[in-house]
Design a protein around this ligand. Structure first.
Ligand code: FES
Length: 574
């Protein structure tokens, strides 16, 4: 239903729509989709504004009350998400701030720790793809799946709760031809895995998977090859994200003892691996219908295929040194070990360190504050480093760690996360010409969210290391994985206690190891077998039943260096 246009005498103070940082005065009778078109902002769609594809989602950051009520095609959306083609301005004045879920390019981690394969790189694996050419035939593991000329291509995908990264490879040369990264559009079903599980169980029609498939299809269609030449795809992600993609029933992952269907079937002897496969046709993607879509094996519980892929990427199964991997995210993965023994845990940290649940939080996109420097004394504006050297639009995870480190260093915040005096927020950016509407700040409430996310991560660290029977200082290499880990201010992270207090030289800010491992598994059948073997031998440290988890969590919520606690090992489960 389109609302009535605003009264003529309100025209002097029009409603302003701000979409992906571009502004214009609202025009009565036009949907937000049409306003985005006027601004030149691309909104994902496959149904031409008919309310059918559900792809044109907008996240409303402010001004929800100035919009028309949700329509029937929006009944599946939770929180502050709307469909652009169904939403109309419904107030005469005010300001609505919103963004699409593909706002600009996300920062893609191309500078991997060591590339999987490719020109000019020391290869991590022998090229031994499952897809081969035999004259005019294309074979997959020796079986003919197509009669076609043209290249042989494959995709590697890291399907994160918050971010999706896809790489396109030439399977005959091992070269990476293109890549893409975007926010996971499934966020309309909740910010973390438990809400997504609840959403998927409550809503019929596999809406989460279908929405992702729509976004992914657009990304694949923009790659510089015919999608029909894509004959294999390797998917990694946490257990929930992977299983949602393969349209598995995820109910059991959300209930104690938190096991995926594939894990239950493996334990019952009904399958040999937790890996999943499906055809290109069933995947709903525009790739070759007889392509194989391979979901790498999960480890156990919420320790997923992304953790297994990260282990493959650093060659953990061959390591003699003591190695730790920490991939900080909505679900933080922690791994410690070497070729003799490997332990892993998954920490339900929530989205705070990815900018979620934070008043001015945002992903690491152009416009995100990624570093903050505060003056030692009060007064003066903070010095900011902003991705893309542009006007700040929010603060991302690395900026949050930097800001917390500075608050602690300058004594403006204590170890409990309380701001000095009666301050309730740290103002980071103010533009006098635009009033308070564009202020960027960090609230004490945000700091509390970050403390709890940190508490979960630190509890995982203490649990894994105590189970392993070693202290933090005995680790030889500590990989910080993921885009967040790569751009982290290590000194600030050590100061606030997000990572253990070990020698800085032991840290390797390795980038996205999960996509690296997925790429290796795509390019090498031998390394894929190694991945399967690795996933089977990891001991799962279950935090939810760990006897000291609560103590570790409380300790970890404080902003202070993480040091070893008295040991008291308990047993891990496979
Ligand atoms: S454009 Fe398809 S639902 Fe809005």
């Amino acid at each position: 239903m389109k609302p009535s246009p605003p009264a003529a005498d309100d025209a002097a103070m029009p409603l302003i729509l701000d979409i992906n940082g571009e502004s214009l005065a609202a025009q009565p009778g036009r949907s937000l989709f049409e306003h985005a078109e006027l601004l030149g902002v691309e909104v994902p769609t496959s149904c031409r504004k008919q309310g059918k594809c559900k792809e044109c989602m907008l996240e409303i950051a402010a001004g929800m009350e100035a919009l028309s009520p949700p329509s029937a095609p929006e009944a599946h959306l939770r929180g502050n998400f709307r469909l652009a083609c169904q939403t109309y301005p419904a107030a005469a004045s005010g300001r609505v701030r919103c963004h699409t879920l593909r706002r600009g390019q996300m920062r893609i981690e191309r500078q991997a720790y060591r590339p999987a394969f490719g020109a000019g790189a020391a290869p991590r694996c022998e090229l031994d793809a499952a897809v081969t050419r035999d004259g005019g035939r294309v074979r997959l593991d020796g079986e003919v799946i197509a009669e076609a000329a043209g290249p042989l291509c494959g995709l590697a995908m890291d399907l994160g709760t918050t971010t999706v990264v896809v790489r396109l490879f030439d399977l005959e040369t091992g070269d990476c031809l293109a890549d893409a990264a975007f926010e996971n559009p499934q966020r309309f079903g909740g910010a973390e895995v438990m809400s997504r599980i609840a959403y998927d169980c409550e809503h019929p029609g596999k809406l989460l998977m279908r929405t992702l498939a729509g976004y992914l299809s657009h990304a694949i269609e923009k790659f510089p090859v015919d999608p029909q030449t894509i004959y294999e795809m390797v998917v990694v992600g946490n257990s929930t994200m992977r299983d949602l993609f393969f349209r598995q029933d995820v109910y059991s992952i959300g209930q104690s003892p938190y096991r995926s269907r594939s894990e239950i079937e493996l334990a019952a002897g009904r399958r040999a691996s937790t890996a999943l496969t499906q055809s290109g046709r069933r995947s709903l993607l525009p790739i070759h219908p007889r392509a194989r879509v391979y979901g790498a094996p999960i480890v156990s519980g919420h320790v997923g295929a992304d953790a297994a892929a990260a282990m493959l990427a650093v060659g953990l199964g061959r390591e003699e040194r003591r190695v730790a991997i920490m991939d900080i995210g909505t679900n933080t993965e922690l791994i410690a070990g070497n070729r003799h023994r490997i332990l892993a845990a998954s920490c339900p940290a929530g989205p705070a360190f990815e900018g979620g649940a934070i008043a001015c939080g945002m992903p690491a996109l152009e416009g995100a504050i990624e570093a903050v420097a505060l003056a030692d004394e009060d007064g003066g504006s903070p010095r900011l480093r902003v991705i893309g050297d542009t006007r700040p639009a929010g603060i991302c995870g690395s900026g949050l760690v930097s800001a917390l480190g500075e608050l602690l260093r300058t004594g403006r915040m204590n170890a409990l996360g309380r701001l000095r005096g009666d301050a309730s927020r740290l103002l980071l950016f103010h533009d006098a010409a635009r009033g308070d509407a564009d202020d960027i700040f960090l609230l004490e409430r945000d700091i509390n969210e970050l403390a709890q996310a940190k508490g979960a991560n630190v509890a995982g660290l203490h649990a894994v290391f105590s189970e392993y029977g070693i202290e933090f200082g005995q680790i030889d290499v500590f990989y910080l994985a993921g885009g967040f880990g790569r751009h982290l201010d290590l000194e600030a992270a050590r100061r606030i206690g997000l990572v253990p207090e070990i020698e800085p030289a032991k840290f390797v800010q390795a980038g996205n190891l999960a996509i690296e491992g997925a790429s290796i598994a795509l390019l090498s059948r031998a390394r894929r077998r190694e991945l399967e073997a690795l996933a089977r031998r990891v001991e799962h440290c279950r935090l939810e039943t760990h006897p000291r988890f609560f103590d570790f969590f409380v300790e970890g919520c404080q902003f202070k260096p993480v040091r070893p606690l008295p040991m008291e090992p308990a047993s891990c489960q496979n």
